[in-house]
Design a protein. Structure first.
Lengths: 753, 272
């Protein structure tokens, strides 16, 4: 009954919206309104006054209501509602056009040959069968998605396989409303797995089915691959770093292969390894040292093995930016110590480390060593952030908290957290808890837990690497041909700051054994904000240089200090910072650029002139426009699309309002194939899951023809917005009649008729 | 600088002079015996010090003897010992904030534990006679980072002996003058001239030199990186100035100079 009166089901009114139309001109509308007002007024005053205001009011109300209903009809009301209307759907064939499809692992034939034979629009065997049953459309994807016209051939030259983005593009296309099914033809080696998961969820929600055809061999018979290389991207000249190289393999159990490392085409390392059973990946640690400043290309390579059909994955390239400018280190001591002398001697030969020492020799008297000019540290301890932030790292020795007040300590904290500077807390009679730092700001950022108060502890303690970190690069103190004592032969060191606990997340590298049963922490470090803090609570590391048991040529003391200072100083960047992603890009892959401009206090710098130039492998210089990011002060962003293979150098120039110019250089290696030939075996699990998640099916290439019958009748629904007319709804007529009857009844009842 | 109280008794006893030529041989022997008995024995009580308790130890090198006058005054390495050392330490602790052990620390220069003490003081090197082992030990000590200050030796004969002995230590290094703009002269105090510091007897008046050592020199041996390893004070006696700074008759300017330059040596030796 209600539906009859309303003309449409009541639930449509619940989810729809009412809309009025005014078909005539504004002038007509004004005239109508005036007419209604006059009619209402006449209706009121025209009523007989002998019966009083009650009758007048009642009748007036009824007539006004009738006029309102008439007006509503005139306004042509409509119900606006969205409905799903069934339509005839189409099938989209999405074909992988990337380089990995050229792999010849289908009984000697390339994956691409199968695809062309089966899915060339209008000509492929399966394509023709699909077109007979369905409205079939073709798209090709690699790093982007494009339409594949009838008769057009695929190039299989894409350097990326962004399947997730491809599926999202299909789902957002103008004809997505009639999309019934996707036939995916690919090897499943995708680069954007995160985007793929999101796209699949969206498809599942919209009811689109994905059927997958996997092309390629699930397992290569014989293959070795440099699967992954972890290498710092930013190092200092002379840094000794470690590359972690993961090698995966098939069918080469027991075989010995050699990993060769080249830096700018010169061999710098070779390591042999025997490949284990069960195709287990192997991780090698390769020590490297970068002696040349500037962008460096490092290649990790294994020679092709007998029987390998895929050799493009036998090498991995990495870009490393080697900073040549020396890092500035400030060493502060509250009293003269031999640590000052021997630390300076330890790093003197390292041109990358420039050490300035500030030694308090008497009350209000400081001795400055290694200063650049007479003004440097002329007033003693740096009294401002600008003065302190000029340094890349600070060593704080035996200087009590009576000399480093809260403000100073806060400055050091910000130096680490905001500036990205490095901090080394060195032991001594006025350091750590013995210096009054328990519960202080410095204690808060230290990687170790300070005891609650000072102690009279003093012991000579043998020092050894911690069990888990013997191979840490920071502890690499001997070159292969060095005459070093070895950790076990080194003399014990004096500890006057007993610390037995590192903080969670800190790395403990050296421990001491004082016979108490609980090890002492001798060297530990942790990240704090942008920077690094290390604790080295010993009084006299110089004994590792002077002691009679240490050979004169032993470099343990020197190398440990160099490693430590480099380690903490390395993250400290300049005021102009450049972030490029990815570090190794494929041809045609966009490089995302973020640039950060900072002032002398390393706070975001507004109104700075920031420019970026890119030098291509061909030597051409291109300017890149940077746009400020309004939601991140000091940040600018852009992107760059490389068109050449090789090293691209990005030079960022910052000119601050004071006229100072700062430059930063970073590089990206662009390869022709990207990651296409890595992990390139057919990924059956991924494609199966993808199909099942959307209600589809997965087929190997050998069974691909079954796809035609696997696809259901393509009935799709399209959501459309409808405007349903209401002026002829019975409810309005009923209302008019009811009101007229009501007036008649009133009059009869009241004797007005 | 007058840091100390008068000690007239000690002054009187020392005015008998250093070379009792007027006495008979027997009397001289008796006097020498008395002096030996009066002097504190070279203290080995602190000889078992291992370092580490303090940042700085004034370490006096004990060496083998030979050369002229070796037997006259007892062991030559022990001249002015330990009072000069201890009084220097008083000044060092008073005028700086060096965490210095306040007692003497005498160690044989070929002892392994010398390597626990990177600052070394050696004097009266006219009597220095190094064994091969001592020369090797000294060489390694200095090349490892040790710093040696040589003091209180006079005249050409003593210099020649030192040169000869240092050639055993460093056959290929030369001894050169240390210029006044070198950091060692400005590490704590600014020393702008080299004074000849006389011994306690000659400080009262007359020539300040001994033998033909009329002109004081500060010379040194540098390492390959240009750091001073050995600092040689020739024709001067800083030790006596330290030892007798409390003597009213000992001229203040010599004590002042000796303390200042000595403190500079320490600060330099702990910094470079």
């Amino acid at each position: 009954m209600l539906e009859f009166a309303l003309k449409y089901p009541p639930e449509l009114f619940a989810r729809g919206a009412l809309e009025m139309q005014w078909p005539w001109s504004t002038y007509a509308g004004v005239v109508l309104v005036i007419a209604i007002v006059v009619a209402i007024a006449l209706g009121y005053f025209g009523l007989e006054s002998s019966r009083g205001n009650f009758d007048r009011a009642g009748l007036w109300t009824i007539r006004t209501a009738m006029l309102a209903v008439l007006l509503l009809v005139l306004l042509d009301p409509r119900l606006v509602v969205e409905t799903d209307d069934p339509v005839r759907g189409h099938v989209t064939v999405l074909i992988d056009d990337s380089l990995s499809m050229r792999i010849r692992d289908l009984d000697g034939a390339a994956r691409s040959e199968f695809v062309e034979r089966a899915f060339t629009p209008g000509a492929g065997s399966i394509a023709v069968a699909l077109e007979r049953r369905f409205d079939t459309r073709y798209l090709k994807f690699s790093g982007s998605v494009e339409t594949l016209a009838a008769g057009e051939h695929l190039s299989f030259s894409g350097a990326r396989s962004d399947l997730g983005q491809a599926i999202e593009s299909v789902a957002r296309a103008p004809d997505a409303g009639s999309l019934a099914a996707i036939v995916l033809v690919t090897d499943g080696a995708v680069d954007d797995t995160g985007a793929l998961d999101n796209a699949v969820r969206a498809l599942h929600a919209s009811g689109v089915t994905v059927h997958a055809i996997g092309v390629g061999a699930e397992r290569l018979a014989t293959d070795v691959e440099v699967a992954d290389v972890r290498l710092p991207r930013d190092v200092l000249r002379g840094d000794a770093v470690e590359a972690q190289v993961t090698i995966s393999h098939r069918g080469l159990e027991g075989q010995t292969v050699t990993l060769t490392v080249e830096e700018e085409s010169a061999i710098v390392s070779q390591q042999s390894l025997t490949l284990p059973a069960n195709d287990r990946p192997v991780t090698l640690r390769v020590p490297l040292e970068f002696e040349q400043a500037g962008p460096r290309r490092v290649v990790f390579r294994i020679a092709p093995q007998l029987g390998e059909i895929l050799v493009d994955n036998n090498a991995a390239h990495r870009a490393v930016d080697v900073r040549g400018d020396p890092v500035r280190i400030l060493h502060i001591e509250g009293e003269p110590r031999f640590e000052v002398k021997f630390l300076r001697r330890a790093v003197a030969a390292d041109e990358t480390l420039r050490l300035v020492s500030l030694v308090r020799t008497a009350e209000n008297k400081y001795y400055r060593l290694g200063i650049e000019d007479a003004d440097e540290l002329a007033e003693g301890l740096p009294a401002s952030e600008e003065a302190l932030f000029r340094y890349d790292a600070v060593v704080i020795g035996s200087i009590g908290n009576d000399l480093l007040d809260d403000a100073q300590q806060a400055r050091f904290r910000d130096f680490v957290a905001r500036r990205g500077g490095g901090l080394v807390l060195l032991g001594g009679r006025r350091a750590f808890a013995e210096g009054g730092y328990s519960g202080s700001t410095l204690a808060g950022i230290a990687p170790v837990v300070l005891p609650a108060g000072a102690s009279a502890y003093q012991a000579r303690v043998p020092v050894r690497p911690s069990a888990n970190n013997r191979d840490h690069p920071l502890l690499r103190v001997a070159k292969a041909d060095a005459v070093n004592a070895g950790w076990e032969q080194l003399p014990p060191l004096t500890v006057v700051n007993p610390i037995r606990q590192s903080k969670p997340g800190a790395t403990t590298l050296l421990e001491g054994d004082d016979g108490s049963g609980e090890a002492l922490v001798i060297l530990a470090w942790q990240r704090y904000g942008r920077g690094t803090v290390a604790a080295f609570p010993v009084r006299d590391s110089w004994r590792w240089q002077m002691h009679a048991d240490v050979p004169l040529k032993d470099q343990t003391h020197e190398q440990l200090w160099r490693n430590l200072l480099r380690h903490v100083a390395r993250p400290a960047g300049s005021r102009a910072r450049l972030y490029l992603e990815p570090a190794e890009a494929a041809l045609g892959e966009n490089i995302a650029i973020e640039a950060e401009a900072l002032d002398g206090r390393y706070l975001p710098l507004q109104n700075a002139k920031v420019t970026l130039e890119v030098t291509t492998p061909l030597g051409e210089v291109e300017k890149v426009v940077l746009e400020p990011r309004f939601n991140r002060d000091g940040f600018h962003r852009s992107s760059f699309l490389p068109r050449d293979i090789g090293r691209h150098e990005f030079r960022l120039r910052l000119e601050d309002p004071k006229g100072e110019t700062i430059e930063t250089l970073a590089s990206v290696e662009v390869s022709g194939a990207g990651r296409e030939f890595y992990s390139a075996e057919l990924d059956v699990p991924r494609l199966s899951r993808l199909a099942q998640a959307t209600g589809g099916q997965f087929f190997l290439a050998a069974d691909a023809e079954k796809i035609v019958d696997a696809i259901d009748d393509t009935t799709a629904t399209v959501r459309v917005e409808k405007r349903l007319p209401l002026r002829d709804a019975p409810a309005l007529l009923i209302a008019l009649i009811a009101l007229a009857f009501l007036e008649w009844a009133w009059r009869r009842r009241r004797g007005l008729a | 600088m007058n840091l100390f109280f008068d000690d007239t008794t000690r002054t009187a006893s020392l005015r008998q002079g250093r070379r009792p030529a007027a006495f008979s041989a027997a009397g001289g022997l008796l006097l020498a015996l008395l002096v030996l008995l009066a002097s504190p024995l070279p203290s080995k009580a602190n000889g078992e010090l291992r370092g580490g308790e303090h940042e700085f130890y004034f370490t006096r090198g004990i060496y083998g003897e030979g050369g002229v006058g070796a037997a006259d005054w007892g062991p030559r390495w022990a001249v002015d010992f330990p009072k000069a050392d201890e009084q220097f330490l008083i000044a060092l602790r008073r005028l700086t904030i060096v965490d210095a052990f306040d007692k003497d620390n005498a160690i044989g220069i070929d002892e392994a534990r010398l390597r626990d003490f990177p600052f070394l003081y050696v004097l009266e090197v006219g009597a220095l006679s190094l064994t091969e082992a001592q020369a090797t030990a000294l060489r390694e000590y200095l090349l490892a980072g040790g710093f040696m200050v040589i003091d209180d030796f006079w005249g050409t004969w003593a210099w020649q002996n030192l040169e000869q002995e240092m050639r055993l230590v460093f056959p290929n290094r030369t001894i050169v003058d240390v210029p006044l703009d070198h950091p060692v002269f400005h590490a704590f105090y600014d020393v702008t001239e080299i004074l000849q510091v006389p011994n306690v007897h000659q400080a009262a008046g007359g020539p300040t030199w001994e033998y033909d050592g009329r002109v004081p020199h500060v010379r040194g041996i540098f390492d390959d990186e240009g750091r001073l390893m050995v600092l040689i004070n020739w024709n001067t006696d800083l030790g006596d100035a330290w030892e007798w700074a409390d003597l009213p008759s000992y001229p203040l300017r010599y004590s002042t100079y000796a303390f200042e330059i000595g403190i500079n040596f320490v600060i330099y030796g702990m910094s470079y």
